[in-house]
Design a protein around this ligand. Structure first.
Ligand SMILES: [Zn+2]
Length: 206
């Protein structure tokens, strides 16, 4: 995929392939969506939720941003894109599961580590990855062997904690209608690791 022509050619393959195999599904989806799972993933082109979970259109409600971060609940005015998607997923779609999915070699996580060394990161990226500051500082002060991977893991836990600061998320969890999960994808090996809610450790799914 290099040019608009490549994209249009890809669309033609979709029309003749995946779409024509799923005409009925698309007709049904044209009436509305009812996904049970929300995924919060990174923008990174290599960690594609629908591909990794082998999910069909209509099954995953996906938000992607730099470093798969969830900001804490804030009542200040502002353009809260992630919070708006979260509100819609939980209060309107009533998703049953939210998965925060990180990945290896994350540029957003690496930007957070660079910022700790006073290396310049982008104008918009810098304040965004500050969401990782507390996690990053604890990873660095613990002297992790591999701070990049460790922060990718700990940052997922931080986003899960931040999810629980939203009143409607907490209420849905307390009502037994919503569960939160963490996952981390090792790109080169194509392996998904699932976060243990008790220990915060990641286990390879077999
Ligand atoms: Zn990333």
């Amino acid at each position: 995929m290099h040019t608009p022509e490549d994209l249009q050619q890809g669309y033609r393959r979709f029309r003749n392939g995946a779409y024509s195999d799923r005409v009925r599904l698309y007709q049904d989806l044209g009436e509305g969506q009812d996904p049970d799972v929300m995924v919060i993933a990174c923008c990174d082109s290599r960690a594609e939720p629908a591909e990794i979970f082998d999910a069909a259109p209509g099954q995953l409600f996906v938000v992607r941003n730099v470093a798969n971060l969830v900001p804490p609940f804030e009542s200040t005015p502002g353009l809260h894109g992630v919070s708006a998607a979260l509100e819609f997923a939980v209060t309107a779609l009533r998703v049953k599961h939210i998965v925060v999915m990180g990945h290896g070699g994350c540029g957003g996580v690496s930007a957070s580590l660079s910022a700790a060394k006073d290396k310049p990161v982008g104008r918009f990226i810098a304040p965004w990855v500050e969401l990782l500051d507390a996690s990053r500082d604890s990873v660095l002060s613990a002297g992790a062997d591999d701070p990049q991977t460790e922060l990718e893991h700990v940052g997922i836990g931080q986003s899960l904690d931040n999810l629980r600061t939203f009143p409607f998320v907490r209420e849905a969890i307390e009502a037994g209608q919503l569960a939160l999960h963490g996952a981390w994808f090792a790109i080169g090996r194509g392996e998904l690791h699932w976060r243990d809610a008790q220990t915060g450790q990641f286990q390879l799914i077999t």
